[in-house]
Design a binder for this molecule. Sequence first.
Ligand code: HEM
Length: 411
Amino acid sequence: MADTATALKTYNDIPVLDWDLQNPEASSYDLFKEIRAQTPLVRVPMGMGSMVLALRARMVDQIVSPENTRQLETELKMMQGIFDGPILDFVAQVMLFANGDVHQRRRQPVARTFAFKLMEAMRPKAAAVAAEIIDDHLGKGPVDFLKDFAAQMPARIIADILGIPRVDLPVFMRWISDTAEAIGFVDLSRRADIEQSLTEFNAYVDQLLADRRSNPRGDFLSDYVAATAASGNLTEQEIRAQVVGLILAGSDTTRNSMCMTLSQLLHHPDQWEALCADPDGLKKKASEEGLRYEPVVSGIPRVTTRELEIEGFLIPPGAITMVSILSVLRDPEVYADPETFNIHRTDQQRWHLAFGAGAHRCAGEALARVELEETLAAIARLAPNTRVVGAAPRLNPGAIRTVDQMQVEFA
Ligand code: HEM
């Protein structure tokens, strides 16, 4: 029998790429294309050590499986020097950074109440909000699409789902933009401001929860507090953190994806014209291709919990291993002509990898899809001559990739 152990390569055999993940080069699809053809895994520098990047789609399930890996918990914040305070408390309480039973009991009441049916019911609302914003700006010259449209959509829709009065919207939006970083990489020079806003935000959500406990009104939050009461195994902090987590996880992601998809569509006039001719028929395909072509969440990081054999390499326990969403969504084993933006493609995956995979797969996918699809359909229908003004938006690198700027003229 062949000695497979000796045939296996070790962690140290994984090619090292001298790469700064905060550098724009780190998002270069050309680079991914070149490396992916040579190796399924690369190591990139991270802090004092390195992290393994998995580049091919066929490895995703193995890497996210709880039998092989676990989600990072508070260690990423601690590596940034955040050992206490509201940011750490939030990260310690939220489902995204939890594992096993803890993750399950935090996710279940949300999954039960933040359901597909409820999100589908938001479609007319999303279409109406998009139409209202377009109407405000139609034919009036350049508009800051990032701030005045793309940031507004997710905030207004989640505010509606949570039953937040319109008069509170400006402060609600400020909290979102101030605290969104808490979920990803924190700019430490802003830590005090973020924590101040997070404290106010928490207090506001506490009030909403208390209100629904005393006056249930058949909406999402009323159902959510009922579901958490029935399960009886969440602390007050955990109950609140899942609500704040939903708001934050759904803001930057949707906003940036909206910008990049619209920009790509306008950059491909034939595809934009096709969407304008049949907005309802093509909105799903257009948004799926936008999510594939320019994914806003760049990777799914995990820590190996046992020795793992991946594609002939042995990875030891305790190694940070990240599925590169940027790379797997352009894997030629899955997508024909992956470097081409094509809303007509027929090889989109049923479980779109832009939303992750496994136990932590995006809990807000249905809502994100509704918002993206209804935005594109509304612009195509009401302002088919819309154009980008000035430079096309670019995504800054990072765990959640953010758009630098985007101006459009609705016409
Ligand atoms: C274009 C929009 C979006 C994208 C690309 C996206 C992507 C993702 C990805 C990749 C993950 C998994 C992360 C991991 O496993 O490490 C995730 C998790 C999550 N997302 Fe989204 N998301 C989007 C919108 C939303 C929205 C609108 C909401 C809620 C309103 C939301 C709520 C969440 C939550 C709560 C989790 C954590 C799930 C868990 O840990 O069980 N996301 N998202």
